[in-house]
Structure formats: C-alpha cells, structure tokens
Design a protein around this ligand. Structure first.
Ligand code: UD1
Length: 369
C-alpha cells in the first residue's frame, strides 16, 4: 500500500494542498490503488483566522498530526519543525512527502524526508525572484535542489530549474493548484454577504490591500511610506485592509495605527478564504506584496499592484494584470493613478484551468506504483 504524507504549515499552503488530496483520493479510487494519505500541519500558523478557518472552508481533512511549532525566528522555527517531523517520519515512514510553496515548513520537511531516504515531491517548483534577501527564495531553491518530482505552474519555472541543473525528466508542468481551489470555490465566495458586512456600498469602487512581507513591514520608514500612500488613495476610493498579524503588530510598535483612523481605510482582522476571494473579485484594484494574490487576481481579471522590487511569478506580469511598484508613496500613488481594468483577464495563463491537482495525482500515483 503506497503511503504519502502531505505537509501544510502556513496560510498560503492550505489552498494548494486541498486540490491535490482530493484529486489523489479520486484517482486512487478509480484505479483501485489502496493509497494511504496523511496530512501533517506543522503549526507554523496557528491562530483560527490564519489556519482553522481555511480547513473548514476548503473542506480539508483534519490534520493527522499537528507539530505545534508556532512562531519564532527562522532558525528556531525551521529547526523545531525538522526535529518534530523527523520523529514522525522515523516512527512511520511514508513512501513520499509532498510539500507546497516556499514557506519554512516546506524546506524543513523536505530536508528531513530526503535525508531519511523518503521521496520529496514539490508543488509550485521553479519560481525564482533572484532576491536572496527574501527567505522564501532560499526555501524555494533548496527545496527544488532535493526534490524528486518538481511540479511547475508556469513555463519559466522549468527554464529556471534546468539552468540550476535539475534533470528535466523530474520536472512536470501541471498548472496551478491555487487556481484549482479558486475556481472550485468562486461561486460560493461570490454568494457571501462580505461587502455588505464590511459596510461597502453597492457598486462602490474600492482598493483591497494586503501587506505583510518583512521587507515592507519590518522597516518603519518603508511601512510609513506605504501607509501614507494608502491613506492618500483612500480619499478617492476606500481601502479595505485586512491586517496580517506581523503588520498589525508593527503598526502598533512603530506608532502608526492612528493613521488608519477614520472611515476611509477599513482595517480589519485577516479574512477567511471565501470572504477574501469575494473582496478580491469585486475590487477596483488590489495592492499587495503576496505571492498567491498576484496569481489569483490574474484569473479574476483584477488589476494588481505588487509592492515589491521583483516577482517570482513573471507570468502574472506578461499576462497583463500585475505590475511591480516600488514601496514608496509616490510610486504607489502614480501606479494607482494609471491603473485600468485589464482586457485579457478572462483567459488565464496556460494550464491554469482547475485541473492541476488531477495532473499531479496521475504523476504521483505512477511514481508510487
Ligand atoms: C509566512 C511565510 C510567508 C508567507 C506568509 C503568509 C516563511 C518564511 N514565511 O510569513 O512566505 O507569505 O507566512 O502569511 O515561511 N502570527 C500569528 N498567528 C499565526 C501565525 C503568525 O499571530 O497563526 C504572528 C506571529 O507574531 C509571528 C508573525 O505573525 O511572529 C509572523 O508569522 P511567521 O509565520 O513568522 O511569518 P509570516 O510573516 O506569516
């Protein structure tokens, strides 16, 4: 009986793993393969609005194990995950460990598995920002270097991997599992009363913003510039600002919270998956530094301004929905002033069709057979 362990840890992992588990369940049933799947949550994210809510909304099974590592500096968090995951794998080794994305849980579990002789499958392989000051870039490169199967979301990813010496036979261009989840849940999301609950008027043009990267929120000067730009933009269109815990804590720490007072900036706790999708689909524009939101806005056809110097997701730029904007007040303001509805949002990048999970399932079962 083949056994596979899926790993999730942080918020952007949940919507990537859900379609893979579902597709593997169906594919195994229809081919009479007795596949055993287990789900491990590292506990990197742990508060209800950063974790549990997503399990409910995505219909993810309860994790078989929660490693409860919690927050901490990179070395400590990664080390804790490795120590606890190693015990688990030693106790009951699977045939493969499947990791997604680029968070600390991704590299920590990949490293443990590989050293114990367990195969590693990486979903969302090959994305590169070429910015080694980003912790995620280090996680991506190292995970890809030791993965046995590398599932990519866009053509450029394969070029990156081959240039780093990855054997092309291990690389599979399958599409984007995050978009599988988006397409599956879109109509349920749009049926929710999210906008009314936020006090937005019918047909109101608003800007949805999420900012949480350390490079944008850990430096008081940069964070002040971004908040200034948002407050300025909110004079024309209200700004909806769900606050990541890191951002909320830093606004408080740097004495910037008062800038968000008043009714033009709607600041709130992190939203769940469905409410956030509804908010994103109806936004006039999105201002973000997230990776996944660049992709989701591409499919939703919503203009996205990415407040970063670079992106590991170039297809979102060539597709026409996403633009990079420097993290300063003037750059953000002038980018918003020249923002227009994209014209080609309706048809997505190649293979972003809701079937990436199915393609992965077929290849995984073949590998484990
Ligand atoms: C992590 C990922 C990042 C991803 C982001 C999505 C890494 C290196 N970074 O960054 O790639 O884009 O998740 O959110 O893996 N906190 C809570 N509740 C939680 C989790 C965290 O309040 O459930 C607070 C803690 O104070 C913590 C801070 O948020 O110190 C940051 O969390 P952490 O997991 O360290 O990094 P993220 O910034 O969330």
């Amino acid at each position: 009986m083949p056994k596979i362990t899926h790993v999730v840890g942080a918020r952007p992992n949940f919507m990537k793993v859900a379609p893979v588990i579902e597709a593997l369940t169906h594919a195994a049933e229809s081919t009479d393969i007795n596949l055993q799947q287990t789900l491990v949550h590292t506990g990197q994210h742990y508060t209800p609005e950063m974790s549990n809510l997503f399990f409910d909304e995505l219909g993810l099974p309860e994790p078989d194990t929660n490693l409860d590592v919690g927050s901490g500096p990179h070395g400590q968090q990664t080390g804790r995950i490795m120590e606890r995951f190693e015990q688990l794998i030693l106790h009951d080794p699977p045939d493969a460990v499947l990791v997604v994305g680029d968070v600390n849980s991704t590299i920590a579990c990949a490293l443990v598995a590989k050293k114990l002789g367990v195969k590693v499958f990486h979903v969302e392989a090959g994305l590169r920002s070429r910015d080694l000051t980003m912790p995620e870039e280090i996680n991506r490169m190292l995970t890809d270097a030791i993965s046995d199967l590398l599932f990519t979301t866009e053509a450029e990813a394969e070029v990156n991997l081959v240039a780093e010496g990855v054997d092309p036979s291990r690389i599979h261009f399958v599409g984007n599992v995050m978009i599988d989840s988006l397409l599956k849940h879109k109509s349920a999301a749009l049926n929710r009363p999210t906008l009314e609950q936020l006090g937005l008027h019918h047909d109101e043009e608003y800007i949805l913003t999420t900012i949480h990267r350390p490079s944008n929120v850990d430096d008081p000067t940069v964070l002040t510039e971004i908040i200034h730009a948002l407050v300025e933009a909110a004079q024309t269109r209200r700004v909806v600002l769900p606050l990541h815990p890191r951002t909320a804590a830093n606004l408080e720490k740097f004495g910037l919270s008062h800038m968000l007072e008043g009714e033009r900036v709607i600041d709130l706790e992190p939203l769940g998956y469905l409410d956030f999708m509804n908010c994103m689909a109806n936004a006039w524009a999105v201002v973000t530094d997230s990776g996944g939101i660049q992709e989701e806005t591409t499919i939703l056809g919503v203009p996205c301004l990415t407040v970063r110097e670079n992106t590991e997701r170039p297809v979102t730029i060539s597709h026409g929905t996403n633009r990079l904007v420097k993290p300063d007040r003037l750059s953000i303001e002038s980018a918003l002033a020249s923002t227009a509805r994209p014209t080609n949002g309706a048809c997505g990048p190649e293979l972003w069709d809701g079937k990436a999970g199915q393609r992965i399932a077929k290849i995984v079962l073949n590998e484990l057979a």
